[in-house]
Design a protein around this ligand. Sequence first.
Ligand SMILES: Cc1ncc(COP(=O)(O)O)c(C=O)c1O
Length: 385
Amino acid sequence: MEEQGFFYRDTWAEVDLDRIKNNVKEITGHLSEEVEFIAVVKANAYGHGDLQVAEAAMEAGASMLAVAFMDEALALRKKGITAPILVLGASRPGDVNIAAEEGIILTVFQKEWLEKAQDALQKDATLLLHIKVDTGMGRIGIRSVEELKAVEGLIEEDPRLDFHGIYTHYATADELDDTYFNRQLSLFREMLSGLNHQPSVVHSSNSAAALMHPDARFNAVRIGIVMYGLAPSMEIAPELPVELQEAFTLHSRIVHVKKLEKGEKVSYGATYEAPEEIWVGTLPIGYADGWIRRLQGQEVLVDGKRSPIIGRICMDQCMVRLPYEVPVGTIATLIGCQEQESISINEIANKLETINYEVPCIISSRVPRLYRQNGKVVDLNNSLL
Ligand SMILES: Cc1ncc(COP(=O)(O)O)c(C=O)c1O
């Protein structure tokens, strides 16, 4: 593990782009050639780094990107990404001209939205659109064939609008029981059959659906979580037909080592009391980094040994009980491997009683990301230098 010199603190995340590329190739191997791989890089690529993941995914075979908001798409354009980018969420109709200028694809999710967007769109603009159909997720999307036909009509009549794609999103693709999934899929098919013309890109599947339901792939899939090497749910994890490699690890260096006598206390509230003579290390990571207070008691790896976080986690620091005295500067791995031991994102998610998706997302932007490429840690953060 080698750190680079663009930051001045002893905590960092490491994102393995080789693993992301391997995951993309592994997943692509299960799709037929005509199915496009849309890499979902919203939320800073699930906390992994939008530009770096987008480039890795495109290199490994993705042909399109998806984000949640226009700001995320614009950020990628600013960083030089020229690939097609679809905004999955609701954009403001008044912002359509910026999307048109930047060649960003927006989602039409209601007739009223489209009408307002048409009012705002400049005369000579071209706006690429995907229609979102709500087949049972209950979030955003067109809910009836009548509304879909009306929207398609408005798009067809307006030379500024390009009906590029149509899609839906499943609520239960990560569950083994496929009853609700199948209901959504047949509703989507029904909606598609109500169209005058099918657009060039038709997609419905997220990671779980793409891997578990080949019949729902149409001609594109939107892949997020499995590209990062994580299973969409524990329920389907054993059934996934792919070998995934987790890409995100988190590390810190012990900045202070001390011996506490029996009865001495640690951290706010003085709630932890040394049960005997112990060695304690201080890590420069806290809840402002996303290592939230609920992680008290969680173990980290020091010298290949599990070492629990003791006392309350502070905003910028936390303390661990060391297996024995170690030198200042020793690496503590909070997510990742050391020798034979490993702490997975799933372990942290279990501790937090949440899903693995949330874990890399909550590691805040204060934690610098390093990138591993071709087996080496590389500096892909030139803008920060
Ligand atoms: C509309 C939409 N499509 C695709 C995805 C990617 O899902 P996953 O990460 O499960 O592949 C998401 C993620 O939440 C989404 O909201």
